[in-house]
Design a protein around this ligand. Structure first.
Ligand code: ATP
Ligand code: MG
Length: 394
């Protein structure tokens, strides 16, 4: 038997032996019935967070405010959450207060969809209060209780519905779909970071296109800060995309990347690829472009170009990269250092300019990477620049 499952059952038993109720809940039980491997297990229990902390080693307080702690065992996470019923919701996202309850049923009632409300006890018996098994069998995503009320409480659930479509390929129940159509505007109340977490999952899912088509049908695409055109294009592609690639496609259609939130590293990459795509879509790559941007960025840009119907330059890019005469400015046979030795030039910026010039000419094959040739050219260039600067001073 799977060791993570077994460790999880032992956690349930330990809680049980200490006088608490405890169950696997949500995604894990759902995915087990669907034969899908899970990366973590959610446990719901009548024990309070402090009580869980005192019973187990390796517990992290991951969301104590909402009654959650995480037990780490053999690099697998067990998120243990105390039975709770959410209080009144405010701002369509956060419950005003979280109330602990001793009642499993009211804990399950706060969960989003019937397919996410199954529990399994330590004897491996599954308890089904909301006809969840039937909905899993008929592949239906349906809110627990009135969808209008549930989406008003927490509009992130709207995006979660699409995330489960994308992961599982299920259909959305008609009434749930009606509520999404009517309340889609509430997405605007959700922080962009949370929206991005869900969108990333939607982009990654096996049934991405089905989820995107649902989003377009319900008008949710229009609530997503300008990426509607991109989403519609992606929904017809039969190619897997990394979430970042999907976002870049959206930004090629509409220049709205500033509306979204990425790490600085990703922002730099996005800007680089957008520029590179603009430059190369109707033009050929050359060695200097490959040198400056690196092979990976060029291949990614080419992938996007091909997706968008421009010509495929992969072979050319790889050939250019293989044949680069230098891979680093240090590979130049005549360097900035040499200019310093041979001239009275002190200004670093001027030396930088000359070296850039040498680099360009060597990489493009306009000059051989030869000490004497580069020296002659560089010294002439220095003289020229000095004369220009002198002229300016006068
Ligand atoms: P995945 O396989 O994508 O992780 P999951 O069902 O495990 O899916 P999680 O986001 O990990 O989803 O949440 C765990 C469980 O917590 C869900 O199955 C659901 O019961 C409940 N849940 C999570 N977020 C919400 C929410 N916004 N509203 C109601 N219930 C929620
Ligand atoms: Mg989960």
């Amino acid at each position: 038997m799977d060791k993570h499952f077994e460790n999880g059952i032992n956690i349930l038993k330990k809680l049980h032996d200490s006088g608490y109720e405890a169950f696997f809940v949500g995604g894990y039980v759902r995915d087990m019935l669907l034969n899908i491997k899970s990366t973590d297990i959610d446990i719901t229990t009548s024990a309070l967070p402090e009580e869980v902390i005192s019973l187990f080693k390796n517990v992290k307080e991951t969301g104590k405010k909402y009654g959650s702690v995480t037990i780490l065992k053999e690099e697998f996470k067990y998120e243990v959450t105390t039975f709770r019923s959410d209080g009144e919701y405010y701002d369509n996202r956060h419950p005003e207060n979280v109330e602990y309850t001793t009642n499993l049923k009211s804990d399950l009632e706060r969960r989003d969809f019937t397919i996410n409300a199954l529990v399994m006890d330590s004897d491996e018996v599954i308890h089904d209060f909301y006809n969840s098994k039937e909905d899993i069998k008929s592949k239906i995503i349906k809110t627990i209780n009135d969808p209008f009320k549930r989406f008003e409480e927490d509009s992130l659930r709207i995006l979660r519905a699409f995330r489960f479509v994308s992961k599982l390929g299920f259909n959305i129940d008609l009434k749930t779909l009606d509520a999404i159509k009517e309340l889609g505007y509430l997405i605007k109340n959700i922080s962009i970071e949370r929206v991005m977490v869900e969108l990333n999952k939607i982009f990654r899912g096996k049934y991405r296109n089905k989820a995107l088509k649902y989003m377009i049908e319900t008008g949710i695409d229009k609530e997503l800060y300008g990426i509607s055109e991109g989403l519609s294009f992606i929904s017809n592609l039969d190619i897997e995309l990394e979430p970042l690639e999907a976002f870049i496609i959206c930004f090629i259609f509409n220049d709205i990347e500033d509306e979204w939130r990425f790490s600085n590293k990703h922002y730099r990459l996005i800007d680089q690829i957008l520029l590179l795509q603009e430059v190369t879509k109707d033009d050929v790559f050359n060695k200097f472009i490959v040198y400056v941007n690196g092979l990976d960025s060029c291949l990614l840009t080419n992938k996007l170009n091909v997706i968008l119907g421009y010509k495929d330059q992969e072979e050319l890019i790889r050939k250019l990269e293989r044949e680069l005469p230098i891979r680093d400015v240090c590979d130049l046979k005549f360097k900035g250092q040499d200019i310093l030795w041979l001239t009275t030039l002190k200004k670093k910026s001027v030396i930088g300019k000359v070296v850039d010039d040498l680099k360009f000419n060597v990489i493009m094959g306009y000059m051989p990477n030869d000490y004497d040739v580069l020296k002659e050219y560089a010294l002439k260039k220095v003289e020229e620049l000095q004369r220009e600067m002198g002229d300016k001073h006068e």
